[in-house]
Design a protein around this ligand. Structure first.
Ligand code: DAK
Length: 255
């Protein structure tokens, strides 16, 4: 891999976007490599959580690669756009929790990537924003929709139309960040360890219920939840989880 590094921290796969001299901007190679790693690890039972972060302490991802984008033909633009949209949808619907460990700038496509992740832990020096309108563009990887879902209509319109840089405290207040961290990677790994103690099958169904529920009518979403809930009664994990509670011991999930 040219622009991505990976390492395993117990059951957590840490993916680091590695272009620090370009503030980890997303070029086509990064998107291709990220997609391949995400897909390859989807069904590996030893991997229970994924963290995406950026190399260095200055940036998570400073956006789509403006230099690369500026020389696109319209065919290139469609290819790039499809690649990004497809990848971010895969991330959002991934069966394992994906945490964005935001260590500095998360701008444009970088914030869109973090918004597609399930959880956002950010460093104190993090700066978030969708400045595309200042380049004569709009967010194109699903950011308009995901931002609105997370911060609400008024906040989303203000953030996108102003192209404001949002500091960590404000990001937390807006609900853009789950937590401001002293050491964002360490604290993300700690969270993953906690998550890994729980049943992976139940976690998979919970994420599916939450994410698919967003795309249907409110009352239909309860049927999705109901189906995913009842399916779990056929798993060893649910039997073990409830038995362990009754026997006052820690469960041993098989996944
Ligand atoms: N792309 C390419 N290179 C970048 C970059 C980026 N987004 N951000 C930074 N760099 C590069 C700089 O060019 C510089 O490279 P050299 O000149 O040293 O070779 C290096 O990283 C260091 O950056 P600076 O020298 O600028 O560092 P500073 O500390 O002075 O400033 C900064 C940091 C983050 C404030 C600044 O670099 C900056 O404003 N960067 C651009 C941020 C930005 O505008 N991001 C949004 C990009 S647009 C779509 C899909 C997606 C998108 C749109 C449509 N469709 C499918 C339709 C998404 C668009 C975007 O993300």
């Amino acid at each position: 891999m040219k622009n991505i590094k990976t390492n395993l921290e117990e059951n957590t796969l840490v993916i680091t976007i590695n272009r620090p001299d370009k503030l980890n901007a997303l070029n086509e190679t990064v998107l291709t490599e990220l997609e391949s790693i995400i897909i390859d690890n989807r069904d590996k039972p030893n991997i229970k959580c994924v963290i995406i972060t950026g190399e260095g302490d200055k940036a998570f991802v400073a956006g789509a690669d403006i230099k690369e984008m500026s020389s696109f033909s319209s065919m290139d633009a469609i290819k790039y756009s499809n690649k990004g949209i497809n990848l971010f949808n895969i991330i959002e619907s991934y069966p394992k929790p994906i945490i964005a460990a935001v260590n500095g700038y998360a701008l444009g496509g970088g914030l869109e990537l973090a918004l597609a992740c399930h959880i956002r832990y950010i460093s104190k020096n993090a700066i978030l924003g969708l400045p595309e309108v200042s380049l004569g563009l709009i967010p194109g990887f699903g950011g308009t929709q995901r931002l609105r879902n997370i911060v609400g209509l008024g906040n989303a319109i203000e953030i996108i139309t102003s192209a404001n840089h949002i500091k960590s405290e404000d990001a937390k207040k807006l609900g853009l960040a789950n937590k401001i961290c002293d050491n964002v990677l360490e604290e993300s790994i700690e969270l993953c360890k906690k998550i890994s103690n729980n049943s992976s099958t139940a976690i998979r169904n919970a994420i599916q219920s939450i994410v698919s529920g967003m795309n249907v009518n409110y009352y239909d979403s309860f049927s999705i939840e109901n189906n995913l809930f009842s399916q779990l009664y056929e798993t060893e994990d649910s039997k073990e989880g409830m038995l362990a509670f009754l026997e006052r011991r820690k469960p041993k999930f098989k996944d």
